[in-house]
Write a protein that binds this ligand. Structure first.
Ligand code: ADP
Length: 400
């Protein structure tokens, strides 16, 4: 069975075609700058690459590019679209409506649309992606939606209710939802496999550290708390996002600078974090290089990030009542061994011990344990694979 995985953004559409017989990626690519000018890149598992500037005025036109590339004589990987058994879509916000993946129906699309106020950019784009897929593939190819929020739906009320007047939860569904759930689900499951244990018996903290970052406490395979909230702005400091802060900081700056809510939103989401503190870049590699060259604000940004990670692991260990494993994943978690090292050495008080050589080697897609045999907590680096989770869920639902 071959499954097409789609991640539709407001101006982009990423895809992977996965052969489920061996879970190999047959082809992947990205349609960028949809509705602006348009750039399309497609590459195949056997190393063929096709790249072009091409106008795509909407998501349907982007789908046509993807379809043509998949069946092209030169760059294709299948003979006809009939070989695509199903399409799985990544959806950012499932709200309280969706606690697991489902097959797309008109009601499901309406449900995702109804959640647009909670994720304006993302969910609107996802709906466009689903409708465009229906237009190009027709209704005979089943579509499945997999939600970033679903894995977090097991959180208890005390972890997801914000202490604002309860009426705002009732009126507007204001609460913690959490994001990157598909990634946390993948790495927590994989961690249990690597430990050779039943996930039901493991207490772990999974750290997804990328441009957007979130940390999750997983008890026996179920999320009990996560750092992102109503939106992906909450939690630890990120590339351009603040993470948690005293809400008065927001009203104080807005009043002083006469910023509108929309301007504040831009400041908190796009101009803060690594970029805001260092004044250099949102990218960890640039900030790390600047810190190594002696830039104090770059070093400060790194110190804040490592301090945030440490605080979350500490507080979630208390929430879990102990900890068996820590997992690092995503761009920073998989590659920046210095942050892993500083965080883990600071956790020595609770018996965390890592092998520095192993840690330094565990980069660029490598998977494995970086803790020593006598460490009381197992520490793993696990490259995330959200597309594979989406493909697996899609296959399971379609076969049902
Ligand atoms: P996104 O949240 O956009 O998916 P990623 O998971 O790709 O982001 O993470 C981006 C971050 O990961 C950047 O800060 C970047 O510096 C860091 N990163 C990505 N690749 C590497 C690498 N090979 N070496 C060091 N850092 C990396």
């Amino acid at each position: 069975m071959k499954i097409l995985v789609i991640n539709a953004g407001s101006s982009s559409m990423k895809y992977q075609l996965i052969d489920m017989t061996d879970e190999s990626v047959l082809a992947k690519g990205n349609c960028e700058r949809i509705g602006i000018d348009g750039h399309f890149k497609h590459s195949t598992g056997d190393g063929r690459v096709f790249e072009t500037d091409v106008t795509m005025t909407n998501h349907t036109e982007a789908f046509v590019q993807i379809k043509n590339a998949l069946i092209s004589e030169e760059y294709g990987v299948i003979k006809s679209l009939d070989e695509v058994s199903a399409v799985g879509h990544r959806i950012v916000q499932g709200g309280s409506l969706f606690s697991e993946s489902v097959i797309v129906t008109e009601d499901v699309i309406k449900g995702i649309e109804s959640l647009i106020p909670l994720a304006p950019l993302h969910n609107a784009a996802h709906v466009q992606g689903i409708r465009a897929c229906l237009e190009v593939f027709g209704t005979q190819v089943p579509e499945v939606v997999v939600f970033d929020t679903a894995f977090h739906s097991t959180m208890p009320e005390k972890a997801f209710i914000y202490p604002v007047p309860y009426e705002y939860y009732e009126k507007y569904a204001v609460r913690r939802y959490g994001f990157h759930g598909t990634s946390h689900r993948y790495v927590s499951g994989r961690c249990a496999e690597l430990m050779g244990k039943d996930i039901k018996d493991i207490k772990m903290v999974t750290c997804h550290l990328g441009n957007g970052s979130s940390i999750t406490a997983v008890d026996g395979g179920k999320v009990v708390d996560t750092s992102m909230g109503l939106t992906p702005l909450d939690g630890i400091m990120m590339g351009t996002r603040t993470g948690s802060l005293d809400p008065s900081v927001v009203t104080f700056i807005a009043e002083k600078e006469h910023f509108t809510p929309a301007e504040m939103d831009t400041l908190l989401n796009k101009k803060s974090g690594f970029l805001g503190v260092s004044g250099i870049s949102s990218d960890d590699r640039d900030v790390t290089a600047a810190a190594e060259a002696g830039n104090k604000r770059a070093q400060l940004a790194i110190d804040i990030l490592e301090y945030d990670i440490l605080k979350y692991i500490g507080s979630y260990t208390a929430v879990l009542g102990g900890i068996d494993a820590i997992v690092f994943t995503a761009g920073i978690g998989e590659n920046q061994s210095s942050h892993r090292s500083n965080v883990c050495h600071a956790l020595a008080y609770m018996g965390v011990k890592i092998d520095d050589d192993l840690n330094a080697q565990m980069i660029r897609g490598k998977e494995g344990k970086i803790s020593t045999e006598d460490s009381s907590v197992a520490v793993y680096v696990i490259p995330t694979n959200e597309e594979l989770v989406i493909a697996r869920d899609t296959m399971a639902l379609v076969q049902k």
